[in-house]
Design a protein around this ligand. Sequence first.
Ligand code: NDP
Length: 328
Amino acid sequence: MFKALLIEKDDSGQRVSLSELDESQLPDGDVTVRVACSTLNYKDALAITGKGPVVRRFPMVPGIDFAGVVEHSDNAAFRAGDKVVLNGWGVGEVHWGGLAELARVKAEWLIPLEPALTPAQAMSIGTAGYTAMLCVMALERHGVTPDSGEVLVTGAAGGVGSVAVAVLAKLGYHVVAVTGRPEEADYLTGLGAKRILPRSDFSEPGKPLGREQWAGAVDVAGGRVLANVCASMKYRGVVAACGLAGGMDFPATVAPFILRGVTLTGIDSVMCPPAERREAWRRLGQDLDPSVLDAMTNRIALEDVIDVSERLIAGAVRGRVIVPLSDL
Ligand code: NDP
């Protein structure tokens, strides 16, 4: 038997409970992993609160990521005892996920844990941090360097934002952090932000083109914030868009793209090809100072995940939330 969070749905609606499940109930897969640590990402919180249509098969164990140790493998790529990480691939959406003591998944979804990181550190980074690194790599791919000018990070006090600020600062970028929580200014400065701007500077309807300010941007908000970020990019600036914390819509004009050559690059962590995710994790082992992880990490028990999900959706959680599941 193993403990897991379970989301069930019937005509009366969705229920989430801490359950004792039998190993025989685990889904198909060639690798069984003893989960050391999982996390609570924005998407998990949407799934658990039912506020977003994340779960597409019921009953579902949520948790879009985990780090752990292989307990049994029918695939030559992994052996019992290997330390592994999983992000995305529909886990926690259509395949049982990481908020459980055991998970069974396909070998091709797993990557070896970066040797520089413990399972708990890897989950302090989690899908949020791995996505932040995909955003940084996208800016680099499009030619943004520390000499290009200031780089903006929206939703900076959240999970993706916190890691993006820390990585960009360590790489030498001049980071400007946008937050709706001015009380988190010291935290963001501690992560390496040089300047803090209020979210309200970006959340009202803006002009098609504003003053040219940012060489690069990592946006987790979408909506009006993303539209205003695009409108204030420097000539040939690059925006990596990965989130919808402020909305799914995009009330923008094409002016920044056709008049300033701005690039808007989309970031998806879920189906990202294996080579790029391995590179992102390698870079996280190299370009993120692990000492910043403590400041950005909240540890909670599996029992507390439901309550904390509500707070996370309300934008009231700083940084990352990890859920230790065993002492591996
Ligand atoms: P968090 O909840 O940790 O952070 C989101 C942050 O966004 C909040 O902390 C807040 O930061 C800011 N925010 C909240 N509400 C609004 C609003 N109405 N308008 C503008 N900003 C707002 O979530 P994550 O960092 O884990 O995820 C951020 C986004 O990225 C989510 O939409 C998530 O779904 C998406 N995501 C996408 C992935 C992909 O593969 N594309 C992978 C991972 C995440 P502050 O208080 O500092 O303003």
